[in-house]
Write a protein that binds this ligand. Structure first.
Ligand code: FAD
Length: 382
């Protein structure tokens, strides 16, 4: 008989899906609850560095992702106005040899669909918006917006930047609007053929206070994608994103290189997102509740490592439960926090400062990390 504790994961985003898949693989009776009625293929891309691909290997989808994604040879940073190269960070074969896995860029929707498909579909519940948790000592009782209740021994809050579980642990507090927005657009590569320009596989165009990151999101290089960081003093829309326009893009990137102007000219639809952050949290877990990913350390996306941190968290959490024994969950959760806090907080800080790979630097501390092999640090005795 399976005597492992029952676990509920709140949120089937990238962090929650990774946690659910790894827990189920390790034999924990795990149910995943997601508020959305279904997922759609939102127009966005995502980088998966070798540090995340090692987790994908463990989940069993590394080959599928390698087939699905684009494999840039370099991350280039270029001056947005002159086009001058500021850094050339080797990826491709170099990433395999030095960091132990590929560096790919993919469509976020394709990645998410694949990750969610690795979950036990009978224990994945959509349309389940958690409104309350009651950690009663012996069990946690969860209440959903549809009036239903469920119980689990342990509950993982993978419920994103406005996490209910974070609120339960630390009280109500809105995330901090960073003062920057991100525009996101997917462009048909067919349209770019009209230009006598080189559209590189992974390039970030920079100027003093803004940037545009550009890459392919499919292995066949049919879809090209850009995501920006542009200052905007206030976000008063009250929604998680709004429509933007080609005109707004032209204004934001006046004077930028002809390659960037071509991308704007080819833009059909573009959305605009507020970039939200929190300062490192003083508490990651309490009794039977524990946080991961954006619920715990939301950050500006300027290192392309936010989801990566959520996925690494998931892997470390399962590793610590296995290491300590899940019935000693308090110590397992503290071991998890001890082994994630410093790295996640450092990535939050570099993302905030937006300095990552702007000039040549050694990215090995991020890409070379292996969450399954890194030696575990013991929590400080209290
Ligand atoms: P989320 O992805 O937010 O998932 C949370 C899930 O919980 C959602 O599905 C939500 O519906 C569900 N949920 C919320 N509340 C409840 C509730 N009460 N009950 C039930 N379910 C609930 N990261 C990278 O690694 N690489 C990139 O290239 C990258 N680019 C980015 C570009 C932009 C513009 C932005 C904004 C972010 C980017 N990120 C990137 C960061 C990344 O998107 C996040 O860090 C990542 O999605 C966090 O994953 P998560 O699972 O913790 O949270």
């Amino acid at each position: 008989m399976n005597n492992k504790p029952t676990i509920a994961v709140i949120g089937a985003g990238l962090g929650g899906a990774a946690a659910g898949a790894l827990l189920q693989q390790a034999g924990y009776p795990t149910k995943v609850y997601e508020q959305a009625p279904a997922f759609s293929r939102l127009g966005a891309g995502i980088h998966l560095g070798p540090n995340v691909m090692k987790v994908m290997r463990r989940i069993g989808i590394e080959d599928k992702l390698n087939a699905m994604g684009s494999h840039p040879d370099h991350w280039f940073s270029r001056n947005g106005l002159t086009g001058e190269y500021q850094s050339r960070i080797p990826l491709g074969d170099f990433a395999h040899e030095h960091y132990g896995a590929a560096y790919i860029t993919v469509h976020r929707g394709d990645l998410h669909e694949l990750m969610v498909s690795t979950l036990d579909q009978e224990n994945l519940f959509f349309d389940k918006h958690l409104v309350d948790v009651d950690d009663q000592g012996g069990k946690v009782r969860m209440t959903f917006a549809d009036g239903t209740t469920e119980e689990a021994d342990l509950v993982i809050g993978a419920d994103g930047v406005n996490s209910q579980i974070r609120e339960k642990l630390l009280g109500s507090e809105a995330p901090i609007y960073s003062g920057w927005v991100a525009h996101r657009a997917i462009i048909s590569a067919e349209k770019l053929k009209a230009y006598d320009l080189d559209f590189e596989a992974c390039v970030k165009w920079w100027s003093e206070d803004r940037h545009m990151m550009v890459y392919f999101v499919t292995g066949d290089e049919k879809e090209y994608y850009y995501v920006t960081g542009v200052p905007e003093p206030e976000w008063s829309h009250g929604t998680s994103f709004v429509d933007s326009s080609r005109e707004e893009m032209r204004e934001a990137f006046t004077g930028y290189h002809p390659t960037v102007q071509a991308l704007i000219d080819c833009t059909e639809t573009v959305t605009k997102w507020p970039l939200l952050e929190r300062n490192p949290l003083p508490l990651w877990h309490d009794n039977r509740l524990v946080l991961l990913g954006d619920a715990c350390h939301p950050m500006k996306p300027h290192m392309a490592q936010g989801a990566a941190m959520a996925i690494e968290d998931a892997a470390m959490l399962v590793r610590c439960l296995e290491e300590v024994g899940a019935h000693d969950y308090r110590n397992a959760f503290e071991l998890y926090r001890t082994n994630r806090f410093e790295r996640a907080s450092r990535v939050q800080k570099v993302s905030h400062d937006n300095t990552w790979l702007r000039q040549d630097e050694d990215p090995a501390w991020v890409f070379g990390y292996d969450v399954f092999e890194t030696p575990l640090k013991a929590p400080e005795a209290v």
